[in-house]
Every structure is written in C-alpha cells, then in structure tokens.
Design a protein around this ligand. Structure first.
Ligand code: ADQ
Length: 468
C-alpha cells in the first residue's frame, strides 16, 4: 500500500483529543494511521525569511512536518489572496472581493515555499492529498521541482460558475496550475459542472465521460466527493447527553420553551444577519411564538484579521440587541448569542434539545452542521432541519425544509412551518436525511478519495487521448 501524505494549512496536533480536533482531522489522522504517512502544513509560526526546513515530529506510524512562514508572505497568502480573494469569489461575494497583485505573488511564493519544504520528504510512489484553497498552486510547484507522483486536491468550498470565476484576474493562471493535480475533488455535482464548463468554454480543454480532462499536455480528473461526518460519534454523544447535568441546565434555562439552534463560524457566507432578521420576522408576524421559542446562535469568531469579519461582528451585535430589545420579556430573552467554541458533546446535546436546526448560509461548500444536527436527533421525536438551498448539503438532505436565505419573510414562514409540523412528518423527513448522513460518512469519503487517487491511471487509460 502506498504511503499517504496529507497537506493542509492547519495540522491537527497528534496530541489533540478527538472531541476537540473535529471530524475531518480525526478521519485524516485515522487514514494516516492505517497506511502510515505524513501530515504537512503550516506550523502557525511566522519569522522573517523562514527557511524551507519543516520541523518534523513522529507519533506512531505518522510523521508531522510543520513549516514556518515569513510574516509578510503569510499575510499575503492567508488574509490576502486566500481569504480576501478566493473565499469571497467562491462564495459569490464579488462585492467583498479584493485583488492585489502583491497578494497573488505572495500566494504563489507560499505555495512554492511549501513545495520546497515538502519535496525532500516525498517518495516517488507516495499519494499526496492536498486540502483546500490555500494550496491550489502546490501541485504545479511540486512538478516544477520534479515530483511526478500522484497528487490530489480537495476543494472544501463551492466552485463558482464561469461568469463569477471570470471576475478573478488570475483565473487562467490558477486553472493552468490546478491542472497539475491528477484528481480534483469538489463537494457537489453542481460544482463539478461549474468547473468543467469553465474548462471547456474558457480554457478550451477536452472533457471525456467520468470527468477526465485534457488541458494542453496534462490530463486530470474532476469529480464530486460530498464530505460527511462521523455520524456514530454524534449519535452516541447526543444519546449520552440525555439526562446529563449539562442537558438539565439547558432544559431548566428554557423553562419549557422550544429551542431553535444555529451553529456557524462567524463568517459572511453563513447568512447570519438574514437568519437574525428572519427570527425577528417570525416574532413580528407570528406572535403566537413570542415567549414560546428561544433561538440560540453559536458563532465562534474567525478571521478577525480580515476587515469584513470585524464589520459583521458589529452588525450582528446590533441586530441581536435590537431583537432582544424589542421582544424580550422580563422572564424571556428571545435570542441567545454566543461567540465561543464548545466541545462536540455539548454541541450534540444542544442539537438534540433543539426542535429547529437553522442552517441558512448564503453559500456553503457542504455545511457539516446540517449533518451533525440530523445525526443528533431523537429518532422518535426528531427536530426539523431548515436548510439553505445554497448549501451543498441540500443535494443530499432532501428531507430538510429548504429556504432561500435572501428571502427573509419566506424564511420566517418556514420557521413557523417547522415549529408546527406534525410528529409523523418530522419522523419521515428525518428518516430520509439520516439515511444519507449514515451512508456517506467522513470515513467513506476519505476512503473513496484515496482509492480514486490511488487508481487514477485506470481512469486515464479508459479515456481517449486529449486533443483527439
Ligand atoms: P466551515 O465553513 O467551517 O467548513 P461547516 O461545514 O459547517 O463549515 O463546519 C464547521 C464545523 O465546525 C462543524 O463540524 C461544527 O460542529 C464546528 N463548529 C462550529 N461552531 C462550533 C463551536 N462553537 N464549537 C465547536 N465546534 C464548532 C468548510 C466549508 C464547508 C464544508 C467544510 C468541510 O466552508 O462548506 O462543509 O469546510 O468540507
């Protein structure tokens, strides 16, 4: 079995406990543990002119290699091109997109620096799996240094349609380098269609059935790999929460009221202002829910170094304050707003106690919270998932009540429908969702991607020569 090499911006430390590390990190660690391998990424440290010499530590069959970055390169790469340009672009937020050539150059420098640091650790038959939009150029930089082995890339966020993608001044260079991967994984068939359409119409690539692409001298494959969760862990944690001290505290604080929950990183793609507004609209237009429903929005802070995120935080504080100011009673606060992270077991307990799961992003690659909410429900008396049609998860979770997050009044109407839904319908809808969550877990996802990358040569053999 070939050795697996994972590359991601943040590397979960070998000591981090499973409940804290998150489902993806745990699944990747397991895949590495099974085959033996290497996890490579940024150390989280910056120092001027940091040389390309990663710190390497071994833990069992897994090696961890952590590379420092020059502070200016790190800024241009992370806050600049990755989160100031690619993130808004891929989330259809052209108004928030900033493009500076210095950031683009910094992004390339960091990808090249990481390639130089990684190359001496690679063996020719390794399988290299690169994660996310911080490293789109990594394969091209590794190829320049002579690495010819298999390299795959998974894009955790949406791939925009060609019209939107063309707004990126560096679109052609980015895709030319993306073609140096052997396998490009996206979240949904929609994303695959968007990238293939760009490739055939703009880049004049040749496309064979199965998503094999011929571009100039390169051949690579594009396919959908919808990411999943560790469903069993959420089922177990949620069931264990019943009757726990934490659950009792939560229930006694609700004093018999219904709970609606939202859990999102504080990010403008998550549509939080619209969700708050829809909850306000529910209390305004459906007064029967006043004093009966409490909404809890958990939104840990992220990317405070990017201006848009600081502005969003202020906006939400204002909106939340206005809703509570208008509707609160002396014994009821309609909206609880928390900016901190919680352990998985606590999240599972909160999901299970909630009659509504509010997942309403303006755009989302997949959205794992939607799947976690489903897994945590009581099969006998499940809550209702309200899900944005613009989350990748909407493809699979057909039992959810789908909403358009731009339609605030429509969302309030759907919240009301969820709150008044019969138990029979709730069970039916939950059952349809749960089958998907349990079938397509994070472990299956991992194995599928690794198996396809391992056998990538077979896919190419079946497709005719590019250009013919
Ligand atoms: P995110 O944008 O971070 O991920 P999401 O898929 O919802 O979005 O995953 C968030 C994760 O963080 C969930 O597992 C959730 O439980 C956890 N989390 C959120 N708030 C938390 C809190 N307060 N405490 C503890 N944990 C918390 C990106 C893409 C998504 C894609 C994923 C995976 O933007 O579209 O689904 O990667 O590919």
């Amino acid at each position: 079995m070939a050795r697996l090499v994972i590359v991601s911006n943040r590397v979960a430390s070998p000591k981090e406990r499973a409940a804290k590390a998150g489902g993806l990190a745990v699944a990747l660690r397991e895949a590495l543990g099974k085959r033996g391998g290497l996890w490579f990424g940024w150390s989280g440290e910056t120092r001027p002119n940091a040389p390309a010499e990663p710190k390497v530590v071994r833990s069992g069959k897994v090696m961890y290699a952590l590379q420092d970055l020059d502070p200016e390169d790190q800024r241009a790469h992370y806050a600049g091109y990755a989160n100031g340009t690619l993130w808004p672009l891929c989330h259809y937020r052209l108004g928030a997109l900033s493009f500076r050539r210095t950031d683009w150059e910094g992004y390339r420098r960091v990808n090249a620096h990481f390639a130089r640091a990684l190359l001496p650790l690679l063996k020719p038959d390794d399988i290299v799996w690169v994660h996310d939009y911080h490293f789109i150029l990594l394969a091209a930089e590794l190829r320049k240094l002579g690495f010819e082995g298999r390299i795959g890339y998974f894009h955790h966020i949406p791939w925009p349609t060609p019209e939107v993608f063309l707004s990126l001044p560096s679109h052609a260079a980015l895709v030319r380098d993306l073609a140096q991967y052997d396998l490009v994984g996206l979240q949904t068939e929609n994303d695959v269609r968007a990238l293939l359409t760009y490739l055939s119409t703009e880049a004049r690539a040749w496309i064979a059935p199965g998503g094999v692409v011929g571009l100039n001298e390169r051949r690579f494959r594009v396919a959908a790999y919808p990411i999943g969760i560790d469903a069993d862990a959420f089922v177990k944690d949620a069931a264990a929460s019943v009757g726990s001290e934490e659950e009792e505290r939560l229930q006694s604080s609700l004093a018999g009221r219904v709970l609606a929950v939202g859990v999102d990183r504080l990010d403008y793609s998550k549509g939080l202002p619209n969700k708050f507004a829809a909850f306000g609209e529910l209390l305004n237009h459906y007064p029967q829910h006043r004093s009966r429903v409490t909404m809890m929005q958990i939104a840990p802070l992220s990317r405070g170094e990017v201006a848009e995120y600081r502005a969003l935080r202020r906006e939400l504080e204002e909106l939340g304050g206005a809703i509570n100011g208008e509707y609160a009673e002396f014994d009821w606060v309609p909206l609880r707003y928390l900016n901190r992270p919680f352990p998985r077991a606590t999240l599972a307990a909160i999901y299970r106690a909630s009659k509504l799961g509010l997942v309403t992003p303006l755009r989302d690659g997949m959205n794992l919270v939607a799947k976690e909410y489903v897994a945590a429900q009581d099969p006998d008396d499940p809550g209702v998932l309200i899900l944005s049609r613009f989350a990748g998860a909407a493809d699979e979770l057909t039992g959810a009540l789908l909403v358009n997050p731009y339609d605030v009044e429509g969302m309030a109407e759907t919240f009301d429908a969820g709150l008044t839904m019969s138990r029979e319908e709730r069970r039916e809808r939950w059952g349809a969702n749960m089958i998907k969550v349990q079938t397509n877990t994070i472990h299956n996802w991992c194995e599928r991607f690794i198996a396809d990358l391992s056998q990538i040569a077979d896919h190419f053999a079946e497709a005719p020569e590019p250009g013919r």
